[in-house]
Write a protein that binds this ligand. Structure first.
Ligand SMILES: Nc1ncnc2c1ncn2[C@@H]1O[C@H](COP(=O)(O)OP(=O)(O)OP(=O)(O)O)[C@@H](O)[C@H]1O
Ligand SMILES: [Mg+2]
Length: 250
């Protein structure tokens, strides 16, 4: 059972301040993942390690070589922290940096060398990816969000469980999480779905939902849940729905 899990940068970092890891949360998340670590591809968000430098250098709208280098090394540092926490929790894992294995076209993944990820899974190693900067055939360079990575990988591996954890209880409408949402229902609730309270260059909740609705159109359903609540990650990995289900129109 292939599972693609994203843990939002909103959980792992304080998105209002640069380089602000939440170390206790990183440790807790790693311990929860360690309960069901088999066949999991982990993607983590960039949080303040990515969104803040990206914004500072004007990425992805401005092509800035220094901005690309600085932003990538910051997110790679956060990835290293996640990998370390996972290994302390007993999970065999390896970092996979999207910048080095995929190519964008107009901000969307055009090619992605997935073979190492598949090989890691076959050999009991959890691949750990993250939101990153990436080269782009049309715009020179851009940003690939963790949310886009989840949708692409889930499609490519035909994942059985797809779960995106953030700092809210799901897709909120009138202050409450929707239990489910489909593309047809989007227009009814769209005005309530916005970006992020923190700094986020990839569209916050709206960006996340649009990626997952595209995935649902292909027949792969998913969930958005609160990874800040103890126990939710473990439940999500078991395939239990703990937030908003993103479903295909029947
Ligand atoms: N209708 C909505 N329901 C839920 N969250 C919403 C809604 N509209 C806007 N948001 C915002 O979206 C945020 C979640 O997206 P955000 O991109 O900040 O987190 P993340 O994806 O976990 O972090 P990262 O991008 O670093 O991985 C919420 O904290 C909330 O502020
Ligand atoms: Mg985000």
């Amino acid at each position: 059972m292939i599972r693609v899990l994203k843990i939002g940068g909103s959980i792992l970092t304080d998105k209002s301040r640069e380089f602000a890891p939440r170390e206790e949360e990183i440790t807790r998340v790693a311990k929860e993942i360690a309960i069901h670590p088999d066949d999991v591809v982990l993607v983590h968000g960039a949080g303040s390690f990515g969104h803040i430098p990206a914004k500072k250098y004007g990425l992805p709208h401005v092509f800035n070589r220094q901005g690309l280098r600085v932003t990538h090394s910051c997110v790679a540092r956060l990835c290293e922290m996640v990998v370390l926490a996972l290994s302390h929790a007993g999970v065999d894992c390896l970092p996979v940096h999207p910048l080095s294995c995929l190519h964008l076209r107009g901000g969307r993944i055009d090619s992605f060398f997935m073979d190492p990820i598949e090989e890691m899974l076959k050999n009991g190693i959890m691949p750990v990816l993250h939101g990153d900067v990436a080269m782009d055939a049309t715009g020179k360079a851009a940003i690939v969000s963790g949310d886009q990575l989840v949708a692409y990988i889930a499609k490519s591996l035909q994942a059985d469980v797809v779960a995106i954890g953030s700092n809210v209880d799901g897709v909120l409408f009138s202050g409450r999480p929707l239990s489910r949402i489909t593309r047809k229902e989007l227009s009814r609730v769209e005005s309530a779905i916005g970006g992020s309270e923190g700094v986020d260059v990839t569209g916050g909740m709206r960006g996340k939902l649009l990626e997952l609705l595209d995935l649902a159109d292909l027949g792969i359903e998913s969930m958005i849940f609160n990874a800040g609540i103890k126990g939710n990650i473990t439940r999500a990995l078991k395939g239990e729905y703990v937030g908003t289900r993103i479903e295909r129109d029947k």
